[in-house]
Ligand binder design. Structure first.
Ligand SMILES: Cc1ncc(COP(=O)(O)O)c(C=O)c1O
Length: 404
């Protein structure tokens, strides 16, 4: 009886694994735990009043659009608004080139279903977003892993791969304040990458949930904007955005800006997946944001997370905080930094001691689809306040010394 269902799992789904992070997050809900493990926005920033008012407005002003089935492409006023929002970044596209998705996670899932056959080569950063790997588990791609450093993807390594004849279905890249490492693709590498895409007809999937969350300097121009500048319309880059880190992830509202031939396919696929993203969530997102809430709200996020990032960087740099030889990234934004311990320290073993000290992080090997990274970890700095961050880093140090 037990095998009635499990014997019938399709071949492609047999290797599915639960996300170790999601499993770890269950452990970190204990009240006295300081968690650097999740990727959660700070709950104190949720604009609950504005969202409550928007819900009421949506139901009063547009009850049908809010409660009825809607178009697969998304709620038209929201698509219009998103087109205006991405237009400011140089993605000048008409609203009918914006597809609303249930978060960018759904966008990743759809792209995998459309573009990956079992065994097909897909180029990725050697350390990358776990959720994308999970989304594509059943597609069974053959990953071509490219090195990254403080300037993001090593674009010359990609150039060499392409020059050698490799033809990946696409390159997947988190272009700003990458999850998990916090690194951002440098401007000169962006220009080179878009040029390579044009030369080799390489599709690029640009996942950009964190680009607005910069704590110094200014907004980096998305690859998609460079692609549009080069061709007059989206040609090689499909761009994924989301309200999850800007407003609230519970809304599950994201978007894809895609070249038209791909967009049409995505819409057909989405028809079969969920008909459309929840009407209520779309309408609430629209009514909440139509009068400029994002412009008021994002600076608040930047101020708070920027302070938290600084607190974490300062705590890590404190005397005897970390063993000699420990390195970490200094992200200009986003929610994560990446810490590399001396070679002989295993982050997975350290996690057990850290949990005993009531502090959590994600061991970095989980973000390495090709193995490696045993001495690395991802630390989230957006969820805990500065005092908790200082205490959490102290506990992490205590766990490290306990194992020394
Ligand atoms: C790089 C990256 N892509 C996509 C997502 C999924 O975001 P969403 O909530 O929009 O589905 C996340 C969430 O953490 C992420 O870090």
């Amino acid at each position: 009886m037990d095998s009635l269902w499990t014997d019938r799992i399709a071949a492609g789904a047999l290797g599915m694994r639960s996300s170790a992070i999601r499993d770890l997050l269950k452990l970190t809900t204990q009240p006295d735990m300081i968690s650097f493990a999740g990727g959660l926005p700070a709950p104190e920033l949720f604009p609950t009043e504005e969202i409550a008012a928007a819900s009421e407005q949506a139901l009063v002003e547009a009850p049908l659009a809010t409660l009825q089935y809607g178009p697969t492409e998304g709620f038209a006023p929201l698509r219009e608004m998103v087109a205006g929002w991405v237009g400011r970044l140089g993605l000048s596209v008409p609203a009918d080139q914006v597809l609303i998705t249930a978060g960018s996670q759904q966008g990743l899932d759809m792209i995998g279903r459309l573009l990956i056959d079992p065994g097909a080569p897909v180029a990725i950063e050697e350390i990358t977003y776990l959720g994308a790997l999970q989304a594509w588990q059943t597609c069974q791609p053959n990953y071509l892993r490219l090195p990254i450093d403080e300037g993001g993807l090593d674009v010359e390594a990609l150039a060499a791969l392409l020059a050698g004849g490799a033809r990946p279905r696409f390159l997947y890249i988190v272009s700003c304040f990458q999850n998990p490492t916090g690194v951002t693709l440098a401007p000169e590498r962006r220009a080179r990458l878009v040029e390579l895409a044009a030369r080799y007809s390489l599709p690029i999937v640009e996942d950009d949930p964190y680009g607005e969350l910069y704590y110094e300097g200014q907004r980096t121009t998305p690859l998609a904007a460079l692609d549009i500048a080069m061709h007059g319309e989206p040609r090689h880059v499909v761009y994924l955005g989301t309200l999850s880190k800007l407003l609230a992830p519970g809304l599950r509202v994201g978007w894809i800006v895609a070249p038209r031939p791909l967009l049409d396919q995505l819409v057909m696929l989405k028809q079969g997946l969920d008909l459309h993203t929840g009407s209520m969530a779309q309408a609430v997102a629209y009514y909440a944001c139509r009068d400029g809430l994002l412009d008021q709200h994002i600076p608040r996020i930047r101020a708070l997370y920027g302070e938290r990032r600084d607190a974490m960087l300062a705590a890590l740099a404190g005397e005897r905080a970390m063993p000699a030889g420990t390195r970490w990234t200094r992200p200009g934004g986003g929610m994560f930094l990446w810490l590399t311990l001396p070679e002989q320290i295993e982050a997975e073993a350290l996690l057990e001691r850290a949990l005993a000290q009531k502090v959590a992080f994600v061991p970095g090997h989980q973000f390495h689809p090709g193995g490696g990274g045993a001495n690395t970890m991802r630390l989230n700095f957006s969820h805990s306040g500065p005092a908790q961050i200082v205490e959490g880093v102290r506990r992490l140090g205590a766990a490290l010394w306990a194992g020394a």
